[in-house]
Design a protein around this ligand. Structure first.
Ligand code: SF4
Length: 167
């Protein structure tokens, strides 16, 4: 039975930069938790950043660009936290490898976890298409990343993974 990496804040852990969470109540998610499939993970806590912490956004691109060295992650006081975000992403990938994880459900718009939309680096609330650093790294390693509005699609993908396992 395949396990799923899930953003800890979606599971109700108050690990966001502002000390809050993104608790999601959903039947599929509860079922996966009861099946012991869910591995909670917060890349920003894993890399040693505190809760609360300063908000950060990707500057000059998205997570793929950060990993390629052409964009940075800057917090709202102007400090470069690129290394921390890359470290968190590497630790998320290591967790996936440990548990043979092929699917992740990550919180949307986060500079770490966002899978298709992130903030644009201006701290103005403006979003752009793109991935966070962790979502980008997992995707580059063949792990399918969904956000919390895509649980129906995630459930379908998980079913395919389970079927392929028993074929
Ligand atoms: S890094 Fe990801 S798991 Fe951690 S608080 Fe931000 S969105 Fe949630």
């Amino acid at each position: 039975m395949h396990k799923i990496l899930v953003s800890a804040c979606i599971l109700g852990e108050s690990v966001r930069y502002d000390g809050k969470n993104n608790l999601l109540k959903n039947d599929s998610l509860h079922q996966w938790i009861s099946q012991e499939r869910v591995i909670p993970f917060c890349p920003e806590v894993a890399c040693g950043m505190p809760v609360p912490r300063r908000a950060a956004e990707i500057n000059g691109g998205d997570g793929h660009d950060v990993l390629a060295g052409s964009a940075t992650v800057i917090d709202n006081a102007g400090f470069d936290v690129t290394d921390e975000f890359k470290s968190g992403a590497q630790q998320a990938l290591a967790a996936c490898n440990r548990h043979n994880i092929k699917i992740a459900i990550l919180a949307q718009r986060s500079p770490s976890c966002g899978n298709n939309t992130i903030y644009d680096g201006s701290f103005s609330g403006t979003t752009i298409a793109g991935s966070g650093v962790t979502a980008a790294l997992l995707t580059q390693h063949g792990i399918k990343v969904f956000n919390q509005t895509e649980l129906h699609e995630a459930a379908h993908y998980l079913k395919e993974l389970d079927l392929n396992e028993i074929r």
